[in-house]
Design a protein around this ligand. Structure first.
Ligand code: NAD
Length: 446
């Protein structure tokens, strides 16, 4: 069975079989349009331009500075200037009317993801959306319903799914090396205090020098910490774990409970940096400093997700994979497999397993990934989107993944608001999880 037939089979059983696959030649060129060319969007533009088979036909951003910076990138690659949109917040609708765009990459603030993705799918474009894909539960349904109505694919650009170590673990999970899976642990543990307050002058009254990144994200990201108490950024951790556990493909999330600590870090940061009289010292942040969510899966596994962005700490996504026969943890880069590891009850370094069980995607494409920079994962995630368009197949991370992973945010908010009571996680596949086949990481294609 060749790859295309294989994907076609997986696709037909998992979603609506509208694609003609047989005898179809891959497209030579893929024409992309970008909505939101801030820091993340420009990174995607650059990754796409490394490829000769991609044309960037249009870009859209309401910030002229973002547009200018993007044009400099396309010029650096000696490409034709893309058409520019961004006269107002809804100019993306005009961009979507173009018939020289096959795929649209959306990297705007979270609240824009679904309105833009829905319109892009309706316009018949392959759609890629940044993480988290959705903010509310209704939005997760809107993505799924629009896909099912239009047949236009929607991929969530969860780059961490392509991290080399988590793909190696995926390989080992699928070979049964951990036995039967019991437990996944993950999170977003990233001290974002600088990022959240990095429009410095406005927030502190000046004097604090910060990087470009924070200035731009602080414009929209910080407000979510004021308004919401839940795991507001779950997918970097959850994406890889969902693949280990075959979520939406033989397994599903059933329910969750979430708990939040008190909120201290952001207020303390303002006072420490700007003084107790700083106007923003009056801001009440709803977001607990550490939010822990526990998911019960249909096949009996538990997944714990930590959201921890307001306190001083080193970066870690806190991955742990555990089954009846062994355990891997990211933080100490170690593994223990019963009957295989040399010493009972003792960790063994993961390094040799990383080499032996390296996922074929990485083993075969590491050189190109490294050439494209950014540690490789951004190369792989945008490559997967482009190859899906070229081959006219479903993307390996699909709309059901986008809906289910992102829904953890509003559902964790609900659980916390109800005193950590269990909250049901909807089955966005409407039962198709029982027969859906795996599509992510099956081979070295994408
Ligand atoms: N996967 C990752 O590793 C990763 C890393 C960083 C950011 N992200 C995600 O990427 C997205 C963007 O983050 P960022 O850091 O680039 O933020 P950013 O603020 O730098 O960029 C967002 C851009 O969207 C533009 N924009 C806002 N509203 C718009 C509209 N209506 N029409 C057109 N443009 C509009 C803004 O002007 C800005 O340039 C977020 O969803 C974020 O979570 C993902």
């Amino acid at each position: 069975m060749n790859r295309r037939n294989f994907l076609a089979t997986g696709f037909a059983s998992s979603t609506i079989p509208f694609i003609k696959i047989k005898n179809e030649q891959p497209a030579d060129k893929v024409r992309l349009g970008f909505i939101g060319v801030g820091l993340r969007g420009r990174n995607h533009v650059e990754q796409a331009l490394y490829r000769d088979d991609v044309e960037v036909t249009a870009i859209c951003d309401v910030d002229p500075d973002a547009i200018n910076r993007t044009l400099k990138i396309t010029q650096k690659f000696n490409r034709k200037d893309p058409a520019v949109y961004g006269k107002n917040d809804h100019d993306f609708l005009n961009m979507l009317k173009r018939d020289d765009i096959d795929g649209v990459v959306i990297a705007t603030p979270w609240e824009w993801h679904v309105p833009m993705s829905v319109e892009s799918m309706k316009a018949g474009k392959y759609t890629a959306v940044e993480v988290s894909a959705t903010v509310t539960l209704q939005e997760s349904w809107d993505l799924v319903d629009t896909y099912e109505k239009t047949g236009s694919h929607c991929m969530i650009l969860e780059n961490v799914c392509y991290r080399r170590d988590v793909m190696t673990v995926l390989n080992m999970v699928r070979k049964g090396m951990f036995g039967e899976m019991l437990y996944g642990h993950c999170g977003y543990q990233h001290d974002l205090r600088e990022v959240k307050f990095n429009d410095g002058k406005k927030f502190y009254g000046g004097g604090v020098e910060f990087g470009e990144k924070a200035i731009s994200e602080a414009k929209w990201r910080t407000q979510h910490s004021v308004d919401r108490n839940g795991d507001i950024y779950p997918t970097h951790g959850l994406g890889p774990v969902a693949h280990w556990m075959d979520i939406n493909r033989g397994n599903k999330f059933n329910f969750l409970t979430s708990m939040a600590t008190k909120s201290r870090g952001l207020h303390k940061y303002i006072v420490d940096k700007g003084g107790a009289d700083h106007p923003n010292a009056k801001v009440k942040f709803k977001l607990g400093d550490i939010v822990t969510t526990n998911i019960q899966c249909e096949n009996g596994e538990n997944i714990v997700i930590i959201h921890d962005t307001n306190s001083p700490r080193p970066y870690s996504l806190a991955f742990r994979a555990q089954g009846t026969e062994g355990i891997w943890t990211e933080d100490n880069k170690s593994i223990y497999l019963e009957g295989k590891s040399p010493k009972a009850h003792s960790w063994e370094p993961f390094e040799s397993y990383q080499k032996t069980y390296d996922h074929p995607l990485w083993a075969n494409h590491a050189a190109s990934a490294e050439k494209a920079g950014h540690g490789g994962i951004d190369f792989f995630v945008i490559r997967a989107f482009i190859e899906s368009i070229k081959n006219k197949v479903a993307p390996p991370i699909d709309v059901y993944d986008a809906a289910a992973w992102s829904a953890i945010s509003p559902l964790s908010e609900l659980s916390i608001a109800r005193g950590s009571s269990p909250v049901e996680i909807p089955d966005f596949t409407r039962g198709k999880w029982k027969t859906n086949k795996r599509i992510f990481g099956l081979n070295d294609q994408f």
